[in-house]
Design a protein around this ligand. Structure first.
Ligand code: GLU
Length: 493
């Protein structure tokens, strides 16, 4: 791959929540910029004012920050090519739209919505593709200017050549030749004075020196128009890369709004801010989205630094990727296992605090090695380990009764175990396990029967981290207290 420093951008429209598609549209240009020692820019494309959602820009910025996708220029940090919010660049687009009019490559159009609608209806009735019928193309430019100056409502449309063809190219798909006759006189400047994407993005990509436009494949059909617009200004076009689409887990079609909302019931989501709440790590999420559309040959568990070192635009794939939440779990677990203990402790703590538990840090640090292997998501720490931070535990009486034994027999086992544990100077795996295993032998019971009673007594639950290690952390005093309480419960049954 060419390692000349690139300038890339992530150019989201703040029209909704940040989902994994947006995260990936940010990640690849970021990786390319970092790989080549280039520059990565955040540009907010908010010219569709009706669709702008309050708070969406902030969510995008926070999502990028959480993922570690840092930009070098952007609306909140500035930079040499600002402003980076398109509604603040209105004048720039206005000037450029009129520049195209001057060059004879665009024209003001005064057609009313009603007329355009009527034309569209007629075309559809005649089984033609709906398109602009060219009514204002032939207006005398001076006349048109006078009407604009008089305050008549207008848009500016691109004057698409009627003949010939245009060659555009997508880096992943190769060259594409399109007949100009198939293209429309697309609106570049709307009647509210704001540009459409087709003008704004082309102008900004040029003025911001963007070398590689990496964007969603929904823009692929507009690429010929975009190349027309760019060349009409006399500029060189950037390299275009259109990313593959995401399909729903079944691989059939795109995920609907309703399906996306449903996923959360299974602890999954396609929205970045949910993933954080659901206990996913930025490392896991990044790894997951990175490999949906990028083929890496060796090893698939990658940190952001690994990705930067290996990123190669030539290994991106245009084929659609089905969302696979099992893979997200796989990557998340793998990254959790790779975290340093202090780092993992700091990330788990908020989940305990969310449950209103008082967390003492030394205990948390000691718990980590016992649960790390079992965590798929960070919040999995709760079912395994929340009990460590409770002053008392409340085992269900029936869970204190060992399989195949009565309550009275279980009480008897617990009494014998208590005797052994009381006699130990301290409780840890080395001191407690051998005599308790000997007890299992002596009683002719299974280890699960004896240890099951103790597990329920000490932890208050049937599934927990390893018993003896847990008892060590809980400490002798509390262990004895809890086993005694369990005996009392069993005796009353
Ligand atoms: N604002 C466009 C979108 O959100 C950006 C496309 C692009 O990256 O150029 O779809």
């Amino acid at each position: 791959m060419d390692l000349k420093p690139v300038r890339t951008r992530f150019a989201p429209s703040p029209t909704g929540r940040m989902h994994l598609g947006s995260a990936r549209s940010a990640l690849y240009p970021f990786l390319l910029a970092r790989r080549t020692g280039g520059t990565f820019i955040l540009r907010i494309e908010d010219t569709d004012v009706k669709r702008t959602v309050p708070g969406a820009e902030q969510e995008l910025i926070e999502g990028l920050r959480w993922l570690g996708i840092n930009y070098d220029e952007g609306p909140d940090i500035g930079g040499p090519c600002g402003p980076y919010r398109q509604t603040e660049r209105r004048e720039i687009y206005h000037t450029h739209a009129w520049k195209l009019v001057e060059l004879g490559r665009a024209f003001p159009c005064f057609c009313t919505a009603e007329r355009l609608d009527k034309v569209r209806q007629e075309q559809m009735a005649n089984k033609q593709n709906p398109r602009y019928d060219g009514a204002c193309r032939a207006l005398d430019p001076e006349d048109a200017r006078r009407r604009v100056a008089a305050g008549e409502k207008y848009v500016i449309r691109f004057k698409m050549p009627k003949e010939g063809s245009i060659q555009s190219a997508d880096l992943l798909r190769g060259p594409i030749t399109t007949d100009n006759a198939a293209l429309d006189d697309t609106v570049l400047l709307k009647s509210d004075g704001l540009p459409t994407y087709h003008l704004a993005a082309m102008v900004d990509d040029h003025l911001m020196g963007i070398t590689h436009v990496i964007r969603g494949s929904e823009w692929l059909p507009s690429m010929p128009l975009h190349v027309h617009v760019i060349r009409a200004f006399g500029w060189d076009e950037p390299q275009f890369v259109h990313l593959s689409v995401f399909l729903k887990p079944s691989g059939k079609g795109k995920m609907s709004k309703r399906e996306a909302a449903e996923a959360i019931k299974d602890g999954h989501s396609i929205f970045v801010s949910d993933m954080k709440d659901l206990g996913y790590t930025p490392e896991g999420v990044l790894n997951w989205i990175a490999l949906m559309g990028w083929g890496v040959s060796e090893g698939d568990v990658l940190t952001l630094d690994d990705m930067i070192a290996r990123f190669d635009i030539n290994n991106l794939t245009p084929s659609p990727a089905a969302i696979n939440f099992a893979k997200l779990d796989h990557f998340n677990g793998a990254h959790i296992r790779a975290l340093r203990t202090d780092d993992l402790a700091a990330r788990l703590k908020p989940y305990f605090l969310r449950e209103h538990l008082t967390v003492d840090d030394p205990t948390l640090t000691r718990i980590i090695p016992l649960i790390r292997e079992r965590l798929v998501t960070l919040d999995d720490c709760l079912p395994f380990a929340a009990w460590f931070f409770r002053a008392t535990v409340q085992p269900k009486p029936e869970e204190l009764v060992a399989k195949g034994l009565t309550a009275a027999q279980s009480a008897d086992v617990a009494r014998k175990a208590l005797e052994i544990l009381s006699a130990l100077p301290e409780i840890n795996p080395a001191t407690a396990e051998p005599p308790l295993r000997a007890l299992v032998e002596r009683l002719g019971l299974g280890p699960n029967q004896v240890f099951g009673i103790l597990r329920a007594a000490v932890t208050g639950q049937t599934v927990s981290p390893p018993l003896f290690e847990s008892m060590e952390i809980v400490g002798k005093e509390k262990v004895l207290e809890r086993v005694k309480k369990a005996i009392e419960i069993l005796e009353k049954m």
